[in-house]
Write a protein that binds this ligand. Sequence first.
Ligand SMILES: Nc1ncnc2c1ncn2[C@@H]1O[C@H](COP(=O)(O)OP(=O)(O)O)[C@@H](O)[C@H]1O
Ligand SMILES: [Mg+2]
Length: 348
Amino acid sequence: MAKAASVEFIGVEKKYGQVTAVRDVSFRVEAGTLVTLLGPSGCGKTTTLRLVAGLELATGGKIMIGDQDVTALGAAERDVSMVFQSYALFPHMSVVENVMYGPLASGASRKEAEAMAREKLALIGLSGFEKRLPSELSGGQQQRVAVARAIVLEPSVLLFDEPLSNLDAKLRRKVRDDIRDLQQRLGLTVLYVTHDQQEALAVSDKVIVMDNAVIAQEGTPADLYERPRTRFLADFIGEANIVEGRFGADAGGVTFAAGSTSFGLGDIPVPEGASAVALRPDRIQLTLDPAGAFTIHRVAYVGHAREYLVTAPWGEMLVIRPLRERAIAAGTRVSLEIDLGAAIAISG
Ligand SMILES: Nc1ncnc2c1ncn2[C@@H]1O[C@H](COP(=O)(O)OP(=O)(O)O)[C@@H](O)[C@H]1O
Ligand SMILES: [Mg+2]
């Protein structure tokens, strides 16, 4: 599949009557990469995918696929296919007939269509299942048939809308890894939608976080986790303690005053308008300290770690420590040390 194409949105808008589902959205998906649209329900992810597919037309802006302006083209005129949440397989057709449907509809002979279908089913690990009906397959296998059907015509862009939502938790990781593997092996351009941040971090070359019809931030998974710009992002990607306060400076670098305490954060970037820090729970150390300003409120053993709810002068915070460290009992006074560079200055 050598014809994978890039996708570019330039100031795209989609209104449904009074509702603006997508507002001034610009991004680029490089050919052969997997980019995820991540965000809470209702933020505009599905609308964005449907705009790429041509199932909706933009009410403003421009959409490019490769070097073609497709803004005004309908779905049939775009070389894009989509895998839906509900696999939408034909229940009365066998697996191979489901996959042959596209090639037949576009004029291939039965023989050609069957060869194309068998090749894609083999690619996705479903050889031997050709004659079964969808009802005779597990959810994960049905999902793979849907993927085979979507790639059988070798589209230049492949879209996934929450493809794992009908699978149980164990299978989700497997199918997710299979999709990523297939995308990399075939060099496909994939735009992938999910509301699950772990899934997004695990599969993506780039993640675009949407909030309320606009792009909140985009970057590699590591960028977003290490450098979220806002409270929404710090909270949405991974866990974070958000502490309100005032930034200052001394000889040691940035200082931060919160409640009745103040601490040094080292040499971290503080953007204009920053009003809080986000502290990742696993980047905070606890030290026994009878004069400390913090108290362990609760300890929970969670299998791979211990989770501490710590009472701080500004409220409660979550701290996660590895099991190899000695447990600290509830009621104990401690002081905190934040790992160097681990505090993230955020705004709004
Ligand atoms: N066909 C439609 N008519 C009117 N409003 C719509 C339509 N499709 C989506 N919306 C609205 O657009 C917003 C974004 O929806 P959607 O793209 O489906 O979000 P997501 O996939 O992120 O959950 C929501 O407020 C939704 O109610
Ligand atoms: Mg959706």
